[in-house]
Ligand binder design. Sequence first.
Ligand code: HAM
Length: 425
Amino acid sequence: MAKQLQAIRGMNDILPGESAHWQALETTIRSLLTGYGYQEIRLPIAEKTELFARSIGEVTDIVEKEMYTFDDRNGESLTLRPEGTAGCVRACLEHGLLHNQTQRLWYAGPMFRYEKPQKGRYRQFHQVGAEAYGMAGPDIDAELICLTARLWRQLGLDAVTLQINSLGSSTARAAYRERLVAYFSARQDELDEDSQRRLHSNPLRILDTKNPAMRAVVAGAPLLLEHLDPESAAHFAGLRALLDSAGVAYEVNPRLVRGLDYYSQTVFEWVTDTLGAQGTICAGGRYDGLIEQLGGQRTPGVGFAMGMERLVAMLAARGTTGADQAPDAYLILVGEAAQQQGLALAEQLRDQLPGLRLRMHCGGGGFKAQFRRADHSGARFALILGEDEVRSGSIALKPLREVQGEQRSLPQNQLAAHLRALLDA
Ligand code: HAM
């Protein structure tokens, strides 16, 4: 036998048994985003590598070691998108969507990062993201957060908490960075290898370390939140007041720094402790400098992205079933004449009852075997077309989910009306 191939490590198949969860989640998110006035934008999966280097930052984990980068046949360096914000800004600039106007956009799809796969962390994963442009105040930050809070309520996910922080303006951050480098330089021997390396390239990321041995030295580090520029402090106070008035609970986490360099001012993460180590289900923040950095006019931007695999895992763990995919009716066709007529009958029924979930038996076989299939499918009704029915222009209808479902025979031309009445009941 030929050798079977397997999927790439960290890139998952979403099997039929799981896809109902995904569809239910996607439908809920889409209608919520539409309700808040966000419009969908569909972006390419690959972009020029330079886009990510210039936006996410040269000295981030993502750009340094996690990108799927390759040269195309023309020798141009391309990268499978590790996130959606950079591509969204690129598209908005390219198509002039930011000229004297605000935008509320969302996107969904696969992202790629060469990370070490583990539960909740994959090399191909899916995000739904939202980005808002042209709005500088904390009102839009708060609206985005309220939208996500509403989503968790709609999904019935209550084991989630919101952490917020402000990274200040880039000038305030530069001054803070110097203070931080001085602090950590004086304690070099307490730093692990990764942090030593980051000390001069990206010292803020040291605050984000997951190494327990570093906890004490990080705990003593100066806090950016205490050195904010007045404008950022006012923005952050404004955000807090808005969240308070909307009744959204949050925790200020002064060590929340995020793994992408484009952020300034607001950053936030929704976390749960029900998923193990990979507990961030949604994360984002403000990136007022990014658009200019990518060649546009200075324009405010803020957004978030949520990790769909992690949300699906939370829904599945709660035992929530996805949308019911069982058919309404299963059409059993016994004998050659019935098999001849079956397709036309099924198509006619689909015309008459739009949205009907009808599964037609294909592949022949005797009544018993077909009936077993009908039962296994979870269908509410079996429709039986046998030789007698063909001869008399009738069809048998048998309820499969009622305790004493009586089989009855109907003229074929009354089937649609009958079925509609039963399904509406
Ligand atoms: P991020 O924090 O890198 O932000 O990713 C957002 C979310 O994507 C995470 O909170 C997590 O739920 C999910 N995620 C990230 N990496 C993985 C992975 N390897 N496996 C499974 N899930 C993962 C961004 O991507 C920003 N673009 C968010 C943003 C939008 N900020 C402003 N606008």
